[in-house]
Write a protein that binds this ligand. Sequence first.
Ligand SMILES: [Zn+2]
Length: 259
Amino acid sequence: MLSRRRFLAATSTGVLQSATSFAWPVGKRLAISLSFDDARLSQIDRGLTLMETLDVKATFYLSLLSMQKRVDGWKEIARKGHDIGNHSTAHACTGNYRFTRALEDFDLDEMARDLDNANREIEASVGVKPVSFAYPCGQKFVGRGKAARSYIPLVAERFESGRGYLDEMPNYPQVCDLAQLMGTGIDGADWPTVRGLLDKGAKDGSWIVFVGHDIGKAAHQTTDVETLKRLVDYAKDPANGIWVDTVGRIGKYVKKIRS
Ligand SMILES: [Zn+2]
């Protein structure tokens, strides 16, 4: 459906919302993307083989320091057709995290240089220019108090999409801002929990962008291999009407249908 007509769409929560008409490809009622942050080595060591076995493509957001530990592995992931995204140079989050330089100490010019540097380095090392960004810690500001500014416009100028983290809701494709996509945490989750998210998302026609870090046995910042297997098996069953693909490809579809 390519119409720009506006209508009132009812969500599963009963909220009526003005939206542009939108439809997923025929037979699909939910879209999901699997994304992994921080260029963690388990994504190469376990994730690559797992994704090959499951015949699914994921989106890997590379932060520079980690990427440089295993450049050949990331080249291989790109060569296999997975999406390579930008997760910044400094991985700056609020100073409350205490492990990086604080976003409170950044300004917009410095953040612009950080983003551009990461894109240059990733392209030079891996051979792919990222068109998608993941906000470190899901945070989208620089500065402090009255001087704080959003850096979403910098991301919108440079990338086709920007993804958050630990957001409460999935993306409602009629209205979502591609520069600040909601990211749904999957680390530590078991299959029944994920299945519940899929069921709810299917009722709303959502796009769920799952966000994980390490890949292994369910734990803090580790996505469980068994959960991933169950998730992809379920998503690939045509009876369930799920489109599973990269953030890049689903984002392009959303943009095209809404244009
Ligand atoms: Zn991160």
